[in-house]
Write a protein that binds this ligand. Structure first.
Ligand code: HEC
Ligand code: HEC
Length: 336
């Protein structure tokens, strides 16, 4: 009996301790918004910071992102941003990486399969509000001046993508405000950080605000990395040392390629499950051009004057060389 009550006491006091620290903690993060938590520790407001945007503004932003246009403040339906795409053609709107500090394309593919998500070339808008740079790494290295300003500003990268990536136009002031409001509404929450008891204690300790901010910022990704892949040295051999798994390749084909190349998708070029389609890829494995799997994934297609609809290429963090080999293995298998 004594044993049991001691145990009970330990359990109760333990749960009280954790309950208390969590409770204390939420005393100053009642909104549960990550941006509020950062401000609490003296972080600077980013230029895109918007305090508690109105629900109406958020809805307008959501409509722009999902439908490509929205009802303006004047009560009239605005024009489409792009004739070809909505933001959702290339960007998911929910969590897509199971561990939010890691960009593992295979973990993301499996997460997409489990959660009924598309596996897309561009990054999710979920948490984009909390990032600190955009169009990173090779985007800056390879595109230079076109993306320098955008890489430092969520407003600029939104404008750049509305105009250039979407083959569309620059946003009006009210449209940009609405999209920023929408991003704010799908920012990370304190819960998403999975803070541990140790983290809570650290945040309550007398460590400096700067150190506390660093601790918080190690719990999520400050940017979405982008490394541009190269073609394999020899297209027939494929990427050296990698052996494709057709079962995984099927997932890539269905969740990624067919996300756009299906009936009613953004490209009228159908990539269906017919043998002829797979044969076309199979017959082009040793050739250069759009129907070569490596070329199309590594380079995408270009938006030209006469042909503004185009396919974005995939950074390695979005589709890995291993996954490209998996896709190839699937295509070869289905072509038999
Ligand atoms: C045809 C595909 C496509 C469409 C449509 C598109 N984007 Fe993008 N977007 C990209 C690609 C590719 C990138 C490169 C960086 C990344 O996301 O990996 C990007 C990057 C961005 C970024 C910076 C992301 C980061 O963290 O690096 C923002 C912001 C953005 N897009 C906003 C928009 C908005 C708003 C729309 C709709 C008006 C839109 N995009 C439509 C393909 C697209
Ligand atoms: C974000 C949407 C999107 C995704 C994802 C996508 N594509 Fe595309 N793809 C396009 C668009 C748009 C074009 C340009 C052709 C058009 O529709 O006018 C294109 C063009 C192509 C072409 C050239 C067709 C031709 O004859 O001009 C091939 C081949 C192709 N895609 C294969 C793929 C494969 C393989 C995948 C998956 C790894 C894939 N696409 C993923 C949108 C996409």
């Amino acid at each position: 009996m004594k044993k049991v009550s001691t145990l009970l006491l330990i359990v109760i006091s333990f749960s009280l301790i954790s309950w208390n620290s969590y409770d204390d903690f939420f005393a100053f993060t009642p909104t549960n918004k990550l941006s509020d938590l950062l401000l609490e520790y003296g972080d600077k407001k980013q230029t895109h910071y918007r305090e508690n945007p109105a629900a109406e503004l958020i809805e307008r932003g959501k409509s722009l992102v999902y439908n490509g246009r929205a009802m303006g403040p004047d009560g009239k339906m605005g024009p489409f941003i792009s004739k070809y795409f909505a933001c959702t053609s290339c960007h998911n709107q929910v969590q897509e990486d199971p561990i939010i500090t890691q960009f593992d394309p295979q973990a993301r593919l499996e997460y997409a399969a489990e959660n009924n998500l598309k596996f897309l070339p561009a990054t999710t808008f979920w948490g984009i509000y909390n990032r600190e740079s955009w169009y990173n790494d090779d985007y800056v290295l390879k595109y230079g001046d076109l993306v320098t300003a955008a890489s430092k500003s969520l407003e600029e990268s939104t404008q750049l993508c509305a105009k250039v990536c979407s083959s569309g136009r620059y946003l009006d002031e009210w449209e940009l405000e609405a999209i920023l409001a929408y991003y704010e509404s799908i920012q990370l929450t304190v819960d998403d950080l999975n803070l541990t008891e140790e983290d809570f204690n650290y945040l309550k300790s007398d460590a400096s605000n700067q150190d506390k901010l660093a601790r918080i910022k190690s719990k999520y990704a400050l940017k979405s990395p982008a490394t541009f892949p190269k073609n394999p040295d020899n297209k027939i051999e494929g990427y050296a040392g990698l052996i494709g798994d057709p079962t995984n390749g099927k997932k890539v084909y269905e969740l990624s390629c067919q996300a756009c190349h299906q009936d009613g998708g953004v490209s009228p070029i159908l990539l269906d499950d017919a043998k002829v389609t797979f044969k076309k890829f199979n017959n082009n494995l040793d050739k250069n051009g759009l129907w070569n799997l490596y070329d199309i994934i590594v380079h995408g297609t270009y938006a030209d004057k006469g042909k503004p609809r185009y396919m974005p290429h995939y950074p390695e963090e979005r589709l890995s060389p291993q996954q490209i080999e998996d896709l190839r293995a699937y295509v070869v298998q289905q072509a038999q």
